[in-house]
Design a protein around this ligand. Structure first.
Ligand SMILES: NC(=O)c1ccc[n+]([C@@H]2O[C@H](COP(=O)([O-])OP(=O)(O)OC[C@H]3O[C@@H](n4cnc5c(N)ncnc54)[C@H](OP(=O)(O)O)[C@@H]3O)[C@@H](O)[C@H]2O)c1
Length: 309
């Protein structure tokens, strides 16, 4: 029996990836795809892999809740999830919700879903799942194995493709503004800085930048250690941490944007080490739309529904 999945925000960049990922599974059935702008149009016009004749619908929060789906994925801009969550809480509390926005990442009533670091047990019984941010996933995967050995709080320098800025027009996804350019933004207090700090229990410093390529993230992470290490020990530590994780590859090379773009998982490498063995630079790459969003949402959803990731 297939489990019934609803997607709200299906027109967006992450929605598009979720359509593809859901269609590829024989244990999930997409029962609605909500978009106000595309309402009435066949979903297969945008996503040919959805072959069940579904049309996009513009569904109110109440209408989403009334469908009684096994799970609903919210792929909406920050600040838009609340009315959908409230309606589902009231009418269909057993429905699993995975929210891709930052709206519930700081809410103790929700389960934060980054299985490779925080485990799978809580996710297996979760009904309300906050999906991590894209930079926050890249940064945490790079920091987590060393988080108990740090002398100073980490610094993360991040560069993302412009799909990270969603489809609502802004300077951050304006190809004219981005042409021959690298755009720093949110120099302090970015939500993903707060998210990494909260989850890791550290005071992470993070500076995001956006560039003119479509997808992919590089996070270059500076870590100062209490005790010196050798590069071999360092790499072995990361290999051990992610040994059983098919979505995280550890490499002695330095990964670049194109090593992570379109890949379902993350690549962690670099492992630059200062002469005194105390300053480490780790490079983490992933696809912001995949392990940074849609793949991670599917992992979390499947864990909550008792399905293989
Ligand atoms: N892009 C990334 O790399 C990335 C990575 C990780 C997490 N996220 C998070 O994932 C969420 C979705 O991101 P995205 O990049 O896919 O955004 P997007 O491309 O801008 O798409 C947003 C979607 O939400 C719908 N929408 C917008 N406002 C709405 C509202 N008030 N009520 C109902 N539907 C609304 C839009 O469709 P209609 O206007 O047609 O209804 C569209 O389908 C965001 O919270 C983002 O922060 C994004």
């Amino acid at each position: 029996m297939k489990l019934r999945i609803g997607l709200v925000g299906a027109r967006g960049h992450t929605g598009r990836e979720l359509l593809r990922l859901i269609a590829a599974r024989d244990d999930l059935d997409l029962v609605f795809a909500s978009s106000r702008e595309l309402a009435g149009q066949p979903v297969c016009d945008m996503a040919p892999e959805i072959a069940n004749g579904l049309l996009f619908e513009s569904l109110s929060p109440g209408a989403v809740a009334d469908r009684g789906a096994d799970a609903v994925i919210l792929a909406l801009p920050n600040g838009a999830a609340g009315s959908f969550v409230a309606a589902i809480d009231a009418a269909s509390p057993k429905t699993v919700i995975v929210d891709l926005s930052a709206d519930y990442r700081f809410d103790d009533g929700w389960t934060y879903g980054l299985p490779e670091i925080y485990g799978r047990d809580a996710l297996r019984s979760a009904k309300r799942i906050a999906n991590p941010g894209c930079y926050a996933t890249a940064g945490q995967l790079a920091i987590a194995p060393l988080r108990d050995r740090l002398a100073v709080d980490p610094h993360v320098f991040g560069v993302s493709g412009y799909s990270g800025a969603g489809t609502t027009p802004s300077r951050k996804n304006d190809l004219e503004a981005l042409r021959d350019n690298l755009m720093p933004y949110a120099l302090t207090g970015h939500l993903h800085e707060q998210e990494m700090s909260r989850q890791l229990g550290l005071d992470v410093r993070f500076t995001p930048h956006v560039a003119a390529f479509f997808r992919g993230i590089v996070a270059t992470v500076h870590l100062s250690l209490l005790d010196p290490v050798t590069r071999d020990v360092l790499i072995a530590l990361y290999e051990t941490a992610y040994r059983d994780e098919p979505l995280v590859r550890v490499t002695g090379e330095t990964p670049e944007i194109r090593d992570g773009a379109e890949l379902p998982g993350a690549v962690i490498g670099g492992f630059g080490l200062s002469a005194d063995g105390r300053h480490v630079v780790i490079v983490s790459t992933l696809d912001n739309l995949l392990k940074g969003a849609a793949v991670q949402a599917l992992q979390n959803l499947c864990l909550a529904l008792g399905l293989p990731e």
